[in-house]
Design a protein around this ligand. Sequence first.
Ligand code: FAD
Length: 376
Amino acid sequence: MNTQPSLHGLTARAPALADWLDANAETLDTDATLSADVVPQLAGAGLLRIGVPVELGGTGGTIGDAIDNVAEVAGHSFAAAFVLWGQRTFIEYLLQSPNRALRDRLLPALLCGELAGATGLSNAMKFLSAIEPLQIRAADTPRSNGAPAWRINGGLPWITNLRKQGFVAAAAVDHEAGGPPSIFAIAHNAPGVTRSDDLDLIGLRGTNTAALQMADTLLTDDDRITDDAPAWLVRVRPAFLGLQCGMSLGLARRSLAATHEGGPGARAAVVDDVAALTDQLDTLTTRLKTGVTQGDFVDTPASLFKLRIALAELVHDAATLEVQTGGGRGYLRGLSGLARRQREAAFVPIVTPSLVQLKNQLAAQRAQHIKLGTVS
Ligand SMILES: Cc1cc2nc3c(=O)[nH]c(=O)nc-3n(C[C@H](O)[C@H](O)[C@H](O)COP(=O)(O)OP(=O)(O)OC[C@H]3O[C@@H](n4cnc5c(N)ncnc54)[C@H](O)[C@@H]3O)c2cc1C
């Protein structure tokens, strides 16, 4: 049984970045002084190119490698991993977009970290699950040559990685003229786009998390990631969620590793629990990476939802074990990352799709199966 979770991946592969994250994890969580540096740091270590085809400027590999990458960063700084999630997920949107010109225009700046990519698709994911309507609307405004164009109005209350130096954000938009909603890439300097001040968060404060408002912002087909958001989201959701689950993998792994830093008595008390959680983590990691890489979850999203729930519970259990073995030291400021990881663990259940949302969806699905007689 493996009871010693490895934390050496990033340290071995990108030591300068690992050191920077370790030295600044507390700052990245508690204030915004380093918020401009995160994307360039991640890019400098080549992390944004992982799982991106070589012919598109990446270093190759699979989406499973990109998930590992998020997990490794989360073991050092959850705030940086959240930024990486936003950036890499936006990159994934372009890789899976039929709009090749948009991909070719934005990808180079995103991969080298000049441009930040933000994913404002919580609203769209909740829309897909019939929880809330889309919050941005588009009115047809064809150009003089007859080419389609739209004026969009609305806003998103939460988006991470709205880097003040320049960003592009993905958002789902409802068309007043009817038809399926679209997803657009909205540039920070498009007319009518306003970024709020950073939100006053209890943690993750170095993540450039703010609200975004659009007032009569003119967009064209050149900015459109897809013209059929529901169908496209179903295909992209496994990567979106898989990369997000990477944050849970890394955080759980880090908390389990921290239990080994306790005294011998404390370690002995939790050794069986740590071993069981470590085994469970290994199993869930393999199932997640294999399922996302092979495309299994496109048709069976419920299996992915169950994995996301299991991982969130594991993060909670691992964080609790870390508290138990940390003793009073964990309650002193600046002596360990324990308090920070408690705040980070509290974020895991609420990020979309939230645990309550997924549990409700699974319950509704079960009820439907029972009604149809497909479950005993
Ligand atoms: C620090 C931070 C960063 C974030 N960054 C991003 C980002 O980059 N991009 C982004 O798009 N979003 C982001 N979010 C938003 C986040 O993903 C969640 O969508 C948001 O916190 C939950 O929305 P809410 O608070 O408005 O929940 P509410 O809508 O108030 O709902 C409360 C809870 O109930 C659930 N719920 C509501 N109605 C139903 C229903 N009918 N059935 C089942 N469950 C239901 C919701 O999922 C939620 O968990 C961020 C949030 C935080 C705190």
